[in-house]
Design a protein around this ligand. Sequence first.
Ligand code: ATP
Length: 581
Amino acid sequence: MIKALKFLKPYKWGVLLVFALVALRAFLDLLLPMILGWLVNEGIGLGDATIDPNIAKIWEYALLMLGATILSIIFTIISGYMESKISAAFAVDLRRAVYKKIEQFSLREMDHFTTSSLITRSTNDIQQLQNIVNTLLRMVILAPFLAVGAIAFSIAQHPTLSMLLSVSIISLVVMLAIIFTITLPRFQLMQKLIDKLNLRTRENLSGLRVVRAYNTQEFQAQRIDEASQESKNLNIFVNRIMSMMWPTMGLIMGLTSLAIVYLGSRYFIGIDGFDPGSMMALMQYSMRAIMAFMFLTMIFIMIPRAAISAKRVMEVLEMEIEINDPEDPIALPKDMKGEVEFDNVTFKYPDAHAPVLSNISFKAAAGKTTAFIGSTGSGKSTLINLIPRFYERTSGTIKIDGIDIKKLRQEDLHSTMGYVPQKGILFGGSIKGNILFGNTDYDDNVMIEAAQIAQAETFIQEMEDGYEHNISQGGTNVSGGQRQRLSIARAIAKNPLIYIFDDSFSALDYQTDQKLRKLLDEKIKATKLIVAQRINTIRYADQIIVLDQGTIVGKGTHHELLKSCSVYQEIASSQLSKEEM
Ligand SMILES: Nc1ncnc2c1ncn2[C@@H]1O[C@H](COP(=O)(O)OP(=O)(O)OP(=O)(O)O)[C@@H](O)[C@H]1O
């Protein structure tokens, strides 16, 4: 919690001003009952029927009370405005920091938190913290100030009667302690249930078509309903208990007033200068003291609740990032060629028992095409993901032009690469924006040539606004093949040294696949690393690496492998005709 509150540091002067305003307000609030007491005694003259009301005094004290109230309102408005502004700015800073941190996450850290939980943490949890900061700014000074002030003034009015307050305050604190002992542990559970609800809703919405096609709407709805019921039941339970808080407090306040009036008028009035004005003031101070203890208890209660959200947010911010830039990075040489080398690389997923890649060694020559093939789950995507350091190899070395990629800044490393993921990913915005995503020159000719090579130009031109056509969020208004081609065009427009195609041609028809690869070979002289399922996509590659259960079982050209590698032969025979073989 304290660590999260450090994000308030840039606003320390604002916070101090709020505290000063709140203290002034509390001071004015404490003056009011005293002035009321004077007004009653000196103005109305209650308790002595022989004295006429002193209208001048009533006016004087009434105006004094009005002035104090107006000032208090002004301070409250200004401090309220500042509290909202500071807490909103605090939330923005925190959200920005969380987002910045998540951006540095490797896939390992993303797997650790899960996307849904990261969304809840950066929205709901930060919102909770914003609310708490807002409330704390107001109460952290007000509550102790009012509590001490109200009790001191009560004692000054009548030490014996003010003992009643201790009974009221103890009952209040006991009542609140019971309520919060029951509810607090449930708050943590509540955040977890929100995570779960988010996860299920997200899963269901992104797989909506599959859900419909398999007529499992009811089953899915039931799963969401289950999560939502759990959250609902818990919310109802917590709110039911919390709803007892205000009425009980009202009861305690009422009983305290009653006791003061009864005991005061019966036993103490007229003794030792205890007059009706003092009794009224004492009543008002008691109310304020009870309120103050209510605020104080709420602070103690809110802090653990906020601490839960703060902990979840700080977990993200403090997550040790596995993949960091080296302290003393090597600058990218100017004349890079783009040779990629794996030297005895082994990789194990964090929670897995066995490595998915073992002792991988190969060299992908600069400017040549190296392809990876193997059965599903053989480790092709994992291998290719190690090159941009999306995952960190467990042992061995990966080099580009002889430089260990660990010795490069990640930004430099990524600047050498055009990465096309298995699932074409597009962003909301124009086609142009998507293609020129990594091209800092924003050159239209580059865009058009990239689209031509990627076989995307024809369908782009058929669209009403051509390159300005709007891509909806997640690229849902283009087909799978179009999405892949636009992703490929994006990599080409970046003009990288090394291309990484992670099964990026799978949604293309045979003809388009052929044309695209032909143009890639003719026009692009960079190093190409291609993961593919189809032999036809890679048969002309300069080198083909065959993977089986995470190890290399064959290396060579199509013809060499057909002769020497049984796994390759098996894949080829399942895909090619006898003549092609
Ligand atoms: N994030 C992950 N955490 C743990 N294990 C994983 C993770 N991703 C993949 N795996 C496991 O690693 C192995 C290799 O997966 P990978 O995706 O690299 O295979 P692939 O050859 O690319 O498969 P495909 O051709 O089906 O895409 C599989 O057994 C898979 O279950």
